[in-house]
Design a protein around this ligand. Structure first.
Ligand SMILES: *[C@@H]1O[C@H](CO)[C@@H](O)[C@H](O)[C@H]1NC(C)=O
Ligand SMILES: *[C@@H]1O[C@H](CO)[C@@H](O)[C@H](O)[C@H]1NC(C)=O
Ligand SMILES: *[C@@H]1O[C@H](CO)[C@@H](O)[C@H](O)[C@H]1NC(C)=O
Ligand SMILES: *[C@@H]1O[C@H](CO)[C@@H](O)[C@H](O)[C@H]1NC(C)=O
Ligand SMILES: *[C@@H]1O[C@H](CO)[C@@H](O)[C@H](O)[C@H]1NC(C)=O
Ligand SMILES: *[C@@H]1O[C@H](CO)[C@@H](O)[C@H](O)[C@H]1NC(C)=O
Length: 234
């Protein structure tokens, strides 16, 4: 990149933040990036467009934004339409963490990272190219169907509220909570903490996050304990 073009980019970013400032919004640069990663704006008639008009959102590029009542808070993405954008891989959607509708259809995506939607508890409508599976599979969605080139994953299931899951996967003294498609988290109940929530006493809330497959939960817990030890020893 030449010095000229990086100056130009800096100017564009400045301009955007100023426009937002005087317009009363506080979009972060990152949100601007995700919403404008693909050409054009959300097209009329698409899932995100319909969802957005139904929820009084604001279209910005490929995003539907929700404006917070309190103008001190940043707007956040409730719908994201990256369809038909020649994407071959998607690495990070963290800025769409609160999104209800995400459309990645009509892209030559070969596979998606399992952890891409970790924590996306609001996600209720995920639209993918038909060659990809719904993250978390059967247990995570009310309805999954393929129409032509496109796969629809609809209505996120509470995987904690399925036969056996609660007692099977969360250690004693902890509660299961959904944590995005294919994920749940176990939080120690009041007063318990430590490895598998086995110790009792006052301690900040501790969470263990596990992917759906039962056998890997213990691995996650162990990893987590190791990380905590490392963090403490620093
Ligand atoms: C989208 O479609 C609706 C009716 O279906 C129309 O009223 C509106 O003007 C269209 N918006 C754009 C940007 O084309
Ligand atoms: C996809 O985008 C191309 C231009 O980039 C356009 O010609 C085509 O109609 C779009 N397809 C759909 C289904 O929107
Ligand atoms: C975006 O638009 C530019 C200019 O119109 C074009 O060169 C580029 O191929 C487009 N990219 C996609 C992914 O459609
Ligand atoms: C998601 O929503 C929460 C609560 O409203 C907010 O604190 C957070 O900043 C939002 N995150 C994103 C990436 O929009
Ligand atoms: C999904 O569930 C149905 C029945 O509930 C079952 O027949 C099917 O094999 C399951 N598919 C997968 C991929 O587990
Ligand atoms: C669990 O699911 C059943 C039906 O599937 C529902 O009636 C019940 O309220 C759910 N319980 C919780 C705690 O979500």
């Amino acid at each position: 990149m030449t010095a000229g073009s990086s100056q130009q980019n800096a100017a564009v970013v400045l301009l955007i933040s100023h426009l937002c400032f005087y317009g009363g919004c506080q979009l972060t640069e990152l949100q601007v990036g995700l919403c404008h990663r693909c050409n054009g704006t959300v097209q009329n008639g698409t899932a995100v467009s319909q969802f957005c008009s139904g929820s009084a959102g604001l279209i910005d590029g490929r995003c539907c934004l929700q404006r917070k009542e309190n103008t001190r808070d940043a707007d956040y993405i409730i719908g994201l339409d990256l369809s038909n954008c020649s994407l071959s891989h998607v690495e990070d959607l963290q800025d769409a963490f609160n999104a209800t509708t995400i459309d990645l259809s009509l892209n030559p995506i070969v596979n998606l990272n399992n952890a891409l939607f970790e924590g996306f508890i609001q996600l209720a409508n995920l639209i993918l190219p038909a060659n990809l599976v719904c993250p978390g599979g059967n247990a995570s969605w009310d309805k999954m169907e393929v129409k032509g080139e496109t796969r629809f994953c609809e209505g996120q299931e509470d995987i904690c509220n399925q036969t056996g899951h609660l007692s099977l996967n969360c250690p004693e003294n902890s509660l299961c909570a959904p944590y995005g498609p294919g994920f749940f988290q176990c939080s120690c109940v009041d007063d318990f903490y430590g490895y598998k929530c086995l110790r009792e006493g006052e301690f900040p809330i501790i969470q263990v996050i596990g992917p759906l497959a039962g056998s890997t939960v213990l691995v996650s817990i162990l990893l987590w304990v190791t990380q905590r030890r490392k963090a403490r020893s620093i």
